[in-house]
Design a protein around this ligand. Structure first.
Ligand code: ADP
Length: 260
């Protein structure tokens, strides 16, 4: 038995351990706080459409002789609020699924040019309504390992935003390029841009630059959080550049081969 092998921690070691312990505690506190904040945000977001529906329904219940036109108007407002509630829940479920540790990617070797074409084809009717040009520039054929559903969700959200936060007669340009290791999808638009002070926050859940405006154009504030989460799952990253009044460009970079 060699006594000198049991070393009593000296002062610096004790200080280091205490420091590490305090750091861990503060991290746990932050996690707890951000979870509470998330739950309170979710509750708030889900309650808003419910409150509107309640007000609309209450003003019809028990009322006799409501003019047909007014009745129709209230009913269509209620339907719009139901759609909104539905969109929030769908987005939340996508996000929760993506955030799960066990949520593995269902990776396949796919033609990315084709996937982007399909995304634009699906969104073209929405863009056409506001005469927004959807352009696809593919610099080369790209095949890569992606989860079709999650990749499509990530890029669709960016293109949808490019349309939503655009001006009538504007454009959204999707560019595909690759090098020997990564492929790059750029989604650029001619829209309103993002104020500098908001750029750092747009990927946060429920964050919207202009709440009332976003509500008008049908945002939940979850789209970019979903996109970032899906891109990160592919071991990729996403960057944004924007200038108010000129437009925004998101660049997604994803490795060509997936290593779990
Ligand atoms: P939302 O559902 O509100 O669109 P997102 O998470 O997709 O939520 O985006 C968060 C916010 O970032 C939006 O509310 C909007 O203010 C801003 N934003 C996102 N994309 C763009 C864009 N292409 N141009 C201008 N603003 C954008």
């Amino acid at each position: 038995y060699q006594n000198e092998e049991i070393s009593v921690p000296d002062y610096t070691e004790t200080a280091l351990i205490t420091d590490a312990f305090n750091k861990m505690l503060s991290r746990m506190k932050t996690l707890d706080e951000s979870r509470n904040e998330f739950v309170s945000n979710v509750s708030h977001e889900l309650k808003t459409p419910l409150t509107s529906m309640k007000v609309l329904a209450d003003s019809l219940v028990g009322q006799e002789g409501v003019p047909e036109e007014l009745y129709q108007e209230f009913m269509s407002d209620i339907t719009a609020e139901i759609d909104r509630e539905n969109k929030i829940i769908t987005d939340l479920l996508s996000l929760v699924k993506l955030d799960k540790k066990a949520a593995d990617l269902n990776v396949e070797h796919l033609n990315i040019n084709q996937l982007l074409e399909d995304i634009l084809k699906r969104l073209r009717p929405i863009a056409d309504k506001r005469h927004i040009d959807l352009i696809l520039d593919s610099f080369r054929p790209v095949e890569a390992d992606v989860d079709e559903v999650k990749f499509t969700l990530a890029i669709s959200n960016l293109v949808e935003n490019g349309i939503k936060y655009n001006v009538d007669d504007g454009w959204v340009r999707v560019t595909l390029d690759a090098d020997h290791k990564y492929f790059y999808v750029k989604v650029a638009d001619s829209g309103m841009g993002i104020p500098e002070e908001s750029i750092g926050r747009i990927f946060e859940r429920f964050y919207r630059v202009d709440k009332s405006h976003s509500k008008e154009i049908g945002g939940t504030g979850l789209g970019l959080a979903i996109t970032r989460s899906a891109v990160t799952k592919h071991h990729g990253n996403i960057q944004v550049e924007s200038k108010e009044g000129e437009g925004t460009t998101f660049t997604v970079r994803i490795p060509l081969s997936y290593i779990p």
